[in-house]
Design a protein around this ligand. Structure first.
Ligand SMILES: [Zn+2]
Ligand SMILES: [Zn+2]
Length: 148
């Protein structure tokens, strides 16, 4: 995949910050990062991209549907590569882990509901919050230990 070509096809000039940011997400497909995390990873190599520049690049890539931004509650916003496949997220409130899932029936129901309301959908977000399997195991362990 050629990052320059992808940007040009989206009608965007392939400036260095845009190339670096998009390249980063292509290298980490199916992963989710906050702006701060991207900033830290990229600044390891470049050291010259300001946080403002990064936010502008992220915003532009989201506007042009090359990246998705996903709000995970009120405090947390992450970005991911938009590979054109709709999916939803499970977020662990203990470790912060994010898992993706896709369910045909949820997808169909969302389409049907949008149709009922004559609503043109531009995005979707369904996030389940709770404890992941690993954290649940850990909690059970803590409980049995403290009981003694
Ligand atoms: Zn967890
Ligand atoms: Zn995702």
């Amino acid at each position: 995949m050629n990052i320059h070509r992808i940007l040009e096809r989206a009608g965007l000039r392939p400036t260095l910050p845009r190339v670096l940011v998009l390249e980063f997400f292509h290298q980490h497909a199916h992963e989710h990062f906050s702006a701060e995390q991207v900033y830290k990873s990229l600044n390891g190599e470049t050291r010259n991209m300001s946080l403002g520049t990064l936010y502008r690049a992220l915003g532009l890539l989201v506007d042009n549907k090359l990246l998705n931004s996903v709000a995970l509650g009120e405090e947390r916003l992450v970005y991911e590569l938009n590979d054109g496949k709709p999916h939803d997220h499970l977020v662990c409130t203990a470790c912060g882990g994010i898992r993706e899932f896709f369910d045909e029936q949820i997808d169909e129901r969302q389409r049907a509901i949008a149709g009922e309301f004559e609503f043109e959908v531009s995005g979707r977000q369904l996030v389940l919050f709770g404890l992941c399997a690993e954290c649940r195991k850990g909690r059970v362990l803590v409980r049995t230990v403290t009981r003694k």
